[in-house]
Design a protein around this ligand. Structure first.
Ligand SMILES: Nc1ncnc2c1ncn2[C@@H]1O[C@H](COP(=O)(O)OP(=O)(O)O)[C@@H](O)[C@H]1O
Ligand SMILES: [Mg+2]
Length: 357
């Protein structure tokens, strides 16, 4: 899959912009605060239906304007898909695929498949578990609408259950109904997450060992908060506590992933360099995973991440992205251009405008 073009109107600091992307590497360069990440954010919107930086969509509208518009054309080989997103001041979004309005963001998943790699992703090992759950969910939602539906149903139920607990309206009969539904959706989510991490474990171990020239062996493990066999029992056991603390303490919203290098926990004992190499391996494993599942490469978005890595890891990425459409943002170009043999499209971004170099 390739992104053919992107058209933006009144999106963040961009008044009107048309970009035709090359099928290989596209480099967006320019000083800070010029609009490079805004462009990646708009692409991400077309894949995920939401921003990577804010939940308040009116922030995406150019200051003092009424609405913002994104149009992206994706080339799927045999056919093309056109995505239109219209963002209004009231925080409502209108989304259309091939001019047909879609009701739910979930219908968008899978139309454009992207993998974003930003400096925040380099914190994946170190940060709290929510970013590791996001790593699983972002990929699984793009690949399976059923997963996305199960996940949104789960979170809707969870929110309702927590509201009941907060308002002290939770009686055992109502909680029974909620719990059995949460368990049903939860089990489906656990199964998918387990399958995903099993494959990521194998793929990332190969990549990690390649980057570290065989010195380090990486093991990635899914750590579900509950397992399928004791899910219902654990929900029952924690009910009393949930009523006291007025919040749901057990379930897939507490899941995590663990990383071991040569048998030790990388979160606790890994150096910053080792933790970053894990993140890099995970992202590249994700690319392999998508290729296998869909038969085509996802589009890789590298937001200012190269400057955060040392030279050998930079080169490793640049060598790995052959045959993958990539959009890179950076403040400099020399390091990147020198190390890519293939054709590379260079675009200069300044004050929300773009110019081909
Ligand atoms: N809604 C908005 N309207 C106008 N400008 C905005 C809006 N949101 C962010 N900006 C501007 O966008 C710029 C940041 O763009 P960004 O893409 O993050 O920069 P970079 O090129 O460093 O990646 C800042 O100058 C910020 O003021
Ligand atoms: Mg940026």
């Amino acid at each position: 899959m390739k992104i053919e073009s992107l058209h933006l109107i009144d999106y963040r600091n961009i008044e009107n912009m048309d970009i035709e992307f090359a099928p290989g590497v596209n480099l967006l360069y320019g000083n800070n605060a010029q609009g490079k990440t805004n462009i990646l954010e708009a692409i991400y919107m077309c894949a995920a239906g939401r921003s990577l930086r804010t939940h308040i969509s009116k922030e995406l509208i150019r200051f003092s304007r009424e609405s913002a518009h994104i149009q992206l054309i994706a080339d799927k080989g045999m056919y093309k898909d056109k995505i239109n997103i219209h963002i209004r001041k009231n925080n409502k979004k209108g989304i259309a695929i091939n001019n047909v309005h879609v009701k739910s963001i979930n219908e968008l998943f899978g139309t454009v498949n992207i993998i974003l790699f930003s400096p925040e992703d380099l914190m994946l090992v170190k940060e709290g578990p929510s970013c590791r759950r996001r790593y699983m969910d972002m990929e699984l939602c793009q690949l399976s609408r059923i997963y996305a539906d199960n996940l949104s149903r789960y979170y809707r139920l969870l929110k309702e259950r927590n509201t009941l607990l907060k308002e002290e309206k939770a009686d055992n009969v109502t909680l029974d109904v909620y719990d059995s539904q949460l368990v049903d959706y939860g089990i489906k989510i656990i199964e998918e997450r387990q399958r995903f991490i099993n494959e990521i474990d194998i793929k990332s171990n190969l990549i990690h060992s390649d980057i570290t020239k065989g010195r380090e062996s990486l093991e990635v493990r899914y750590i579900p908060d509950v397992n399928i066999n004791n899910y219902e029992k654990r929900m029952r056991e924690s009910r009393e506590k949930d009523i006291i603390y007025r919040s749901t303490s057990t379930g897939i919203h507490r899941d995590d992933i663990s990383f071991d290098i040569n048998g030790f926990n990388a979160r606790e004992y890994g150096s910053q360099g080792q933790q970053r190499t894990i993140c890099l391996s995970l992202k590249l494993a994700e690319v392999e995973f998508v290729k296998e599942k869909t038969g085509y490469s996802p589009v890789l978005l590298l937001d200012d991440v190269l400057s955060e890595l040392d030279r050998s890891r930079q080169l490793y990425i640049l060598n790995s992205i052959k045959n993958i459409q990539t959009v890179i943002t950076s403040t400099g170009i020399d390091d990147i251009v020198e190390n890519i043999d293939d054709d590379i499209k260079i675009l200069y971004v300044s004050e929300g405008k773009i110019e081909e170099k």
